[in-house]
Design a protein around this ligand. Structure first.
Ligand SMILES: Cc1ncc(C[n+]2csc(CCOP(=O)(O)OP(=O)(O)O)c2C)c(N)n1
Length: 467
């Protein structure tokens, strides 16, 4: 409704100014038609709600009172990183130097196509109303964060009745900080919010929202023996198909792989992408599972050190839960990166770790882990602690869906009774050692996460990083 009003207002303004070329009108019709493919883009494309929603009500169960709410969110829709941007530009260079007419699914390149990265300064950054390729793009990171803030108020606004001054925590990556600021703007000016920018430099050690950045012990290639087994002939097939349709075009399977990222980031920047229409549905399934595999074995349960990395933040959230009666603040809001959220969910145990993903084939029945379902751009994980009569419970909400802990969900609203939860959590963190497995002491002497407790005296205001 809001969007359609915005569309008509903007469209009317532009028509009056006489500035809409016909091609742009055609583009407008495409916006919003590609949402079915967001789940197949490995979390690089725009936000969508968790598709594995079991139908459990989001409402606070009858007769209960919310005692504490925590949120860990990812920044919103963004442009590619420097390294991904360079890769996409290589493929664009090949295409833009092709001198003949394009045929088949690349034909859109004949029609005054404008490359979606218009300014290198946009790399690593959120997409915004100001830097978006299309003024009608509904998928900017800025819009996502502002909409999220309004939805958050609709869902949990009652938590702020006696708390209008509070901090919000953001890792010091510029896009993460900017998302937190857009979220704050979206909450409105009835609040007095201090944005605490917590360093995600390696030197931050344990006092960070991004433990992955302080983890020299992490090895990207640790599970390459498994990952290398995944069949990527679908990428060769895409390259062959495009080269056959366009004589003299020498796209490689690496270019084919890059086109999926191009599709995702162009959606974030423009609101639609003709590149997304290059792929068959089956190719999207194969790409998507490839992304699940990488994520599972680099930042999820498939890599044994990850439970320790995620424990840095999970232990802090447990401490906050235990202090809910003595802490003045009832709402704890934090923003960080996708990998850090995956590490955290892995330690919680809400991603299946009994069933290691196979790279031999796509295990349709055995795969509950879809990277994009957990960490799309703008991902948000809430921890709810609520009291019903004399008992207290905890449950998790991931991207708008209640996702119960498999072995502890007999409480109201499929929550976990608090003492059972603390027992469960103790088992999850048993044997973990973030400082040791990450070899943190080689880069920092900070051994404790303290920002949730000392923000009011320390005033975190770290230098923003484009990383
Ligand atoms: C445990 C761990 N340590 C280190 C890394 C290295 N690493 C790769 S990306 C990244 C930060 C997240 O960046 P990006 O993938 O751009 O996520 P986004 O900002 O889009 O959420 C880190 C720390 C990692 N992935 N996991």
């Amino acid at each position: 409704m809001f969007e359609s009003v915005v569309y008509s207002v903007l469209a009317a303004a532009l028509v009056n100014a006489g500035t809409i070329p016909l091609g742009e009108l055609a583009d407008v019709a495409k916006i919003g038609t590609q949402e079915d493919i967001f789940p197949f883009l490995g979390g690089a494309g725009p936000y969508f709600s968790f598709p594995g929603d079991y139908g459990i009500s989001r409402d606070l169960p009858e007769g209960c009172e919310m005692k504490q709410l925590q949120m860990l969110a990812r920044h919103g829709e963004r442009y590619p990183t420097y390294s991904k941007g360079a890769t996409i530009m290589k493929t664009w260079y090949k295409l833009s130097n092709y001198t003949r007419q394009f045929n088949g699914s690349l034909s859109f390149l004949n029609d005054d196509y404008e490359f979606f990265i218009r300014d290198d300064d946009d790399l690593e950054m959120e997409t915004t109303f100001a830097n978006s390729d299309n003024v009608l793009n509904p998928y900017t990171g800025e819009m996502d964060a502002k909409r999220h803030a309004r939805e958050f108020l609709a869902q949990y606004g009652y938590m702020f009745e006696n708390q209008t001054s509070f901090p919000i925590f953001a890792a010091s990556s510029e896009r993460v900080h900017d998302t937190a600021q857009y979220f704050i703007d979206g909450l409105g000016d009835q609040f007095n919010i201090s944005l605490q920018t917590v360093s995600e430099a390696m030197s931050a050690g344990a006092n960070t929202l991004s433990a992955g950045n302080a983890c020299p012990g992490w090895d990207e290639d640790a599970n390459d023996d498994i990952l290398d087994k995944y069949d990527t002939t679908y990428l060769d097939d895409i390259a062959k198909r495009l080269n056959k349709e366009n004589k003299g075009l020498n796209l490689t399977s690496k270019d084919a792989n890059t086109l999926f990222a191009w599709c995702a980031y162009e959606l974030n920047a423009r609101g639609y992408s003709d590149v997304c229409d290059i792929f068959t549905e089956d190719e999207l399934v194969r790409y998507s599972y490839g992304q699940d595999l990488v994520s599972f074995y680099q930042d999820g349960p498939g890599y044994d050190m990850i439970r320790s990395v995620g424990a840095n933040l999970f232990n802090a959230t447990l401490k906050l839960l235990k202090q809910s009666e003595t802490q003045d603040l009832k709402v704890w809001l934090s923003f960080t990166h996708d990998t850090d959220i995956l590490n955290y969910l892995t330690t919680i145990g809400i991603i299946d770790d009994k069933n290691n993903l196979t790279a031999e084939y796509v295990p349709f029945m055995g795969n509950t882990f879809h990277k994009s379902w957990y960490v799309p751009q703008g991902a948000r994980v809430y921890t709810e602690k609520f009291q019903c009569s004399n008992d207290t419970y905890v449950r998790y909400v991931i991207n708008d869906a209640v996702v119960p802990i498999e072995t502890c969900s007999t409480g109201p609203g499929f929550s976990c009774e608090i003492n059972d939860f603390y027992d469960y959590a103790e088992k999850r963190v048993a044997g973990t050692d973030f400082l040791k497995v990450c070899n943190v002491s080689s880069v920092s002497n900070v051994t404790e996460l303290t920002f949730y407790w000392d923000w009011n005296t320390t005033h975190y205001n770290d230098t923003l990083l484009k990383q």
